[in-house]
Ligand binder design. Structure first.
Ligand code: SF4
Length: 241
């Protein structure tokens, strides 16, 4: 079967999580989890979609989404309809805030915070927000994920402040993996849990105001300097207190 969609139509599909494969006549459809969780009946529905419209396989991604590959162009709308019926969300692509990566801190014995709850609050507020270039957020429950936090555009890890007997949060800005990998350092200032949504909002606002087209946040930081970026974001953050 030859492919009939134009390049522009394919680009528009990609923005909503339907990605043209290198086998041009096929598409992979990406389904968002609930910050790392699917209900059993959703998994059953996904398995059925894979059997009915794909090649019977499901693949897992590093951002806790599920992809169903080998969907033919003529079946894309059927998959979209089925997803709606089953309350499954398709997405997590394009120049947007991507699926939040949350560690298992809610149930893990090392977890110092309820990572699922915090991740859900952040997802509700930011998922899909348009940005100059994809923006990845990670929420981790202890220092064991320090390296993972360093590779997200915005990530948090709790750190108990013994002197103050309260929980602080380290915030990492501008990490990225891939061929231009950049390890993020934690900001000099530490934050409280209640500050994180506003801080993230101000960080994304800063990114929108300062990035050139398609520039990743890591590149903005490299261009402007880590100290300047942190100072500017803190200034915005404090302006609304
Ligand atoms: S980062 Fe820490 S809290 Fe989260 S899953 Fe790993 S060990 Fe558990």
């Amino acid at each position: 079967m030859g492919n009939k969609l134009t390049s522009e139509e394919k680009a528009n599909l990609k923005k909503i999580g339907i990605i043209n494969q290198k086998q041009e006549e096929y598409y992979t459809v990406r389904f968002l989890s609930d910050v790392g969780y699917f209900k059993a009946e959703q998994i059953e529905a996904l398995a059925k979609i894979a059997r009915d419209f794909g090649n019977g396989e499901i693949s897992l991604t590093s951002r806790l989404t599920i992809e169903i590959p080998f969907i033919k162009e003529e079946n894309i709308n059927k998959v979209i309809d089925r997803a709606k019926e089953e309350k499954l969300r398709i997405g997590g692509a394009g120049n947007t805030v991507r699926a939040i990566v949350s560690c298992k801190g809610t149930v893990c014995k090392h977890g110092m915070i309820d990572t699922r709850k915090l991740s859900k609050e952040i997802e509700d507020e930011f998922l899909g927000r348009e940005v100059p270039s994809k923006f990845k957020i990670g929420i981790f429950g202890c220092m064991n994920s320090y390296g993972k936090a360093q590779s997200n555009d915005f990530a948090v890890i709790p750190k108990f402040n013994i002197a103050m007997n309260e929980m602080d949060f380290l915030v990492f800005l501008g990490g990225r993996a891939g061929r231009k990998a950049r390890k993020a350092n934690p900001m000099k200032k530490k934050f409280k849990e209640d500050d994180l949504i506003r801080l993230l909002d101000k960080t994304i606002e800063f990114f929108n105001e300062n990035a050139t087209k398609k520039e990743r946040f890591a590149e903005v930081i490299e261009r402007l300097g880590e100290n300047k970026v942190e100072d500017e974001i803190i200034k915005k953050f404090k302006a609304e207190i």
